[in-house]
Design a protein around this ligand. Structure first.
Ligand SMILES: *Cc1c(COP(=O)(O)O)cnc(C)c1O
Length: 233
C-alpha cells in the first residue's frame, strides 16, 4: 500500500538536498523524473500536482492510458526511459518530449527519419551499458565516440547527455564506479569534441542508488518506488 506522496516527496527531497550538500552541488542542478510505470493514473496525477512535472514511463503500452488522460496538460513533460524498439518510435515521437534510451545506430536512424518528417528536434540521452552486464541495454562505452560522430549529422536529434542504469546492489555505495564512469565518459567525449556540441546532462540514479548518483554528478534522477510508489501485481 502506498502512503502519502507528499510524505514520500518530503523524505526524498531531504535526501537529495543532503547528497547535494555532501558533494558541493546545488539542488537546482538535479532534476527529478517521477517514474509512474508502477502506478495508476490517479497516483501519477498526485505526483504532478506535488510539483513533479517530469514524468517517466518505460513502455508505450503501459503509458498509453495515462498519456491519453493527461494529453493537453502543457505542464507535463514526458520522458521515455525504457528500451525503445524501432517499431515503437512512431508511438513515442511527438508524445514523449525526451528520449533517455538512444542506444544503437538503427534506432538513431529511425528517430531521425521520423522526427524530421514531423518537424521535431528531439532531446535524447545516449544510453550506455557501463557495467557490462549482458542483461542490460545500452551501447558499449568503447563505441561512444563513433556513435556521437554519427549523431552529429542528425539534425532532428539533440543529444544532451548520457544515461545509464547501475546494477542493483544491496549496498548502493557499490554503484559509485558506474556513475563515476558515466561522468568521465561524458567529460572525455566533450574533451574530444565527439559530438557537435558539449553534452551537459547525466541521467543516472534510481530509487536504490540516487544519492550516490547525485554525488557523482547526476542532473536527472529517475525515481519510481521511493517517490511515486509501487503497486504489487
Ligand atoms: C523503472 C525505472 C526507473 C525507476 O525505478 P525505481 O527503482 O522504482 O526508482 C528508473 N529508470 C528506468 C530506466 C526504469 O525502467
Amino acid at each position: 500500500m502506498n502512503g502519502s506522496l507528499r510524505d514520500a516527496a518530503r523524505a526524498v527531497e531531504r535526501r537529495i538536498a543532503l547528497a547535494c550538500e555532501r558533494s558541493g552541488r546545488l539542488r537546482e542542478e538535479v532534476n527529478v523524473i517521477a517514474v509512474t510505470k508502477y502506478v495508476p493514473l490517479s497516483r501519477a496525477v498526485e505526483a504532478i500536482d506535488a510539483g513533479y512535472r517530469n514524468v517517466g514511463e518505460n513502455r508505450w503500452q503501459d503509458a498509453k492510458e495515462k498519456w491519453e488522460a493527461l494529453e493537453g496538460r502543457e505542464d507535463v513533460v514526458w520522458h521515455f526511459i525504457g528500451h525503445l524498439q524501432t517499431n515503437k518510435v512512431k508511438d513515442v515521437l511527438g508524445r514523449f518530449a525526451v528520449i533517455h534510451s538512444l542506444d544503437r545506430p538503427s534506432l538513431a536512424e529511425e528517430l531521425q527519419k521520423r522526427a524530421e518528417k514531423l518537424g521535431l528536434v528531439v532531446p535524447c540521452f545516449v544510453q550506455l551499458n557501463v557495467s557490462g552486464e549482458p542483461s542490460k541495454h545500452g551501447l558499449a562505452p568503447d563505441d561512444v565516440p563513433a556513435f556521437l560522430a554519427k549523431l552529429s549529422e542528425y539534425g532532428s536529434l539533440d543529444v544532451v547527455g548520457l544515461m545509464t542504469m547501475a546494477p542493483h546492489e544491496d549496498d548502493p555505495e557499490r554503484t559509485r564506479p558506474v556513475f563515476r564512469r558515466l561522468r568521465e565518459l561524458r567529460d572525455e567525449a566533450n574533451a574530444q569534441g565527439a559530438y557537435r556540441k558539449p553534452l551537459t546532462e547525466l541521467s543516472m540514479g534510481m530509487s536504490n542508488d540516487f544519492e550516490v548518483a547525485v554525488e557523482e554528478g547526476a542532473t536527472w534522477i529517475r525515481l519510481g518506488s521511493v517517490l511515486v510508489g509501487k503497486e504489487e501485481g
